[in-house]
Design a protein around this ligand. Structure first.
Ligand code: ADP
Length: 494
């Protein structure tokens, strides 16, 4: 749209007719003021401005247009009848015009100029629009990038806070990110953890075959921990991340399941040992009953009594095994009850020693050393006796060649300490800390001596429930001292 501004209607008419004949859209204004009002409301591609007008002259209108950002780029052609002076022409350009035409107007020249200027304006406009679009595109991309950065950082901090090893893999099977746990198994983010030599399904295999796999994978693999040099079982999980239905990368985690695996294998081992241990006394009982059957008619009371006694011993062994097993399940369910009351600890110790003397080999002496506990203590007498019987049974079992076992007692630092010392095979130093753990048996002795690896675990639970401590001092080939303490104060050691 072109705006013609002239105070003379006849001038406007002839110009308008000329331009419209060439298919230009035309609007008109009869004064500078009217022109300004129109320009603020509409967009014009070109303004043809008469210089001499009553009120605002052409120069003033052009200057005002140059002052508004909306109108400053509209090209202005001045039309002048008189002012052909150089200084007027200069003023015209200074006030924002781009051309100065003097009357009489050559229609062809004018049309040429109008066509050029309005095309120029349109091009400038579309350039400006393109620039604006570009700018807003840049802005929105910047925003999207910032949002993406925040999301990536958020995701990273989640990955970093995971207790597992976490990593991501790009579609070419290359590792693109690892969290700090990875570095416990590999020197840097580009190197893979060392796989167990026996392992056929290795991490490297899955990474190189990632893009052949359509869904998530889950496998148990073993990788080498750098610090300990130990191969630990991990659960490897890799899931594909899709964008527009296409897999763009993979997220993986490695969860340490080594301890679970150990417990599982210990449980299996325990079940097989437990069934064997239960079967041994049962076979004994069966054998003695069969022998009794044979001798019953011969009325040999002494032989019958011996068989009955032996069968009773086997029943006792069976009973103690079953009660240990029951204790284990009570501990697992948090149902092991401790019945604390004021007891005579000295009597409990004597009872335990007597029980062992009656049931175990008579050629071992059990010697009592140390302070005699002559004051009442708050504890569960039966459970404390159970602990002592257990310690003493072990002391005799794991010292087959020796002749004596010591039961030593002392009072120190608000604690009563009861220790059982033997002179047997001893326990290697690095294994001592495990002997109170569930199902643990020292490998070196487990083949030679029968046992379930639960006795000391039950003892530890009993002592813990008395708020006491327990421990071991031992030297291979010289023997072991296994001890426990009971706290005493005004309430339980008056
Ligand atoms: P177990 O039924 O195997 O004897 P325990 O829980 O009583 O189970 O003991 C756990 C392990 O600790 C035993 O298997 C044994 O290896 C070791 N142990 C316990 N007491 C002694 C001891 N007095 N001397 C040597 N080793 C011992």
């Amino acid at each position: 749209m072109i705006l013609i501004v002239d105070d003379k209607k006849e001038n406007i008419y002839s110009l308008k007719t000329l331009l419209e004949s060439k298919n230009f859209e035309v609007d008109t204004a009869l004064s500078g003021e009217e022109a300004l009002r129109k320009v603020l409301k509409r967009n014009y591609a070109l303004i043809i401005l008469d210089v001499q007008m009553p009120g605002m002259d052409g120069f003033e209108v052009a200057e005002s247009l140059a002052g508004y950002s909306r109108t400053k780029d509209i090209p202005v052609i001045f039309l002048s009848a008189n002012n052909t002076d150089k200084q007027f022409i200069t003023k015209g350009y200074d006030s924002g015009g781009i051309d100065y035409i003097t009357k009489p107007v050559d229609p062809e020249i004018l049309l040429l100029k109008v066509r050029t200027f309005s095309r120029l304006y349109e091009q400038t406009q579309s350039l400006n629009e393109a620039q604006l679009r570009l700018q807003s595109e840049i802005e929105s991309r910047k925003k999207a990038q910032e949002e993406l950065k925040i999301q990536v950082e958020h995701l990273r901090s989640i990955m970093e806070s995971l207790p597992q090893i976490a990593f991501s893999v790009d579609d070419s099977g290359k590792i693109s990110y690892v969290n700090h746990n990875w570095l416990n198994y590999a020197p840097d983010g580009e190197t893979l953890p060392i796989a167990h030599p026996d392992e056929t399904d290795q991490l490297a295999y899955f990474l190189t075959h990632c893009n052949e796999l359509n869904g998530p994978i889950e496998r148990e693999i073993r990788i080498k921990e750098l610090e300990s040099g130990q191969y630990r079982y991990h659960l490897l999980r890799i899931i594909p991340i899709r964008e527009d239905n296409k897999i763009c990368n993979w997220i993986g985690t490695l969860t340490d399941i080594n301890d679970q695996k150990l417990i599982e294998s210990k449980k299996d081992e325990f079940l097989s040992i437990a069934s064997h241990e239960l079967k041994t006394p049962l076979t004994g009982i069966k054998a003695y009953v069969q022998l009794l059957e044979r001798v019953i008619g011969k009325q040999d009371i002494n032989i019958s009594k011996t068989y009955i006694e032996r069968a009773k011993d086997e029943v006792l062994k069976l009973e103690s095994l079953i009660s240990d097993l029951l204790d284990i399940s009570k501990i697992e369910n948090g149902q092991m009850k401790i019945n604390k009351q004021e007891i005579d600890l000295e009597k409990t110790i004597t009872n335990a020693i007597e029980t062992i003397r009656e049931t175990c080999c008579p050629n071992i002496t059990i010697e009592r050393q140390g302070e005699v506990f002559d004051k009442p203590v708050v504890a569960d007498a039966l459970r404390i006796e159970q602990v002592l019987v257990n310690f003493l049974t072990n002391a005799i079992k794991y010292a087959p060649e020796s002749e004596k076992v010591l039961v030593k007692t002392s009072v120190k630092d608000k604690e009563l300490c009861i220790a059982v010392q033997d002179f047997g095979i001893g326990i290697p130093i690095e294994k001592q800390k495990y002997i109170f753990s569930k199902f643990y048996r020292v490998e070196e002795s487990s083949l030679k001596f029968q046992g379930l690896g639960i006795g000391l675990y039950i003892c530890a639970e009993i002592i813990k429930q008395h708020q006491g401590n327990y421990g071991v001092e031992s030297k291979v080939g010289e023997g072991s001292t296994i001890y426990f303490t009971l706290p005493y104060n005004q309430q339980n050691y008056a």
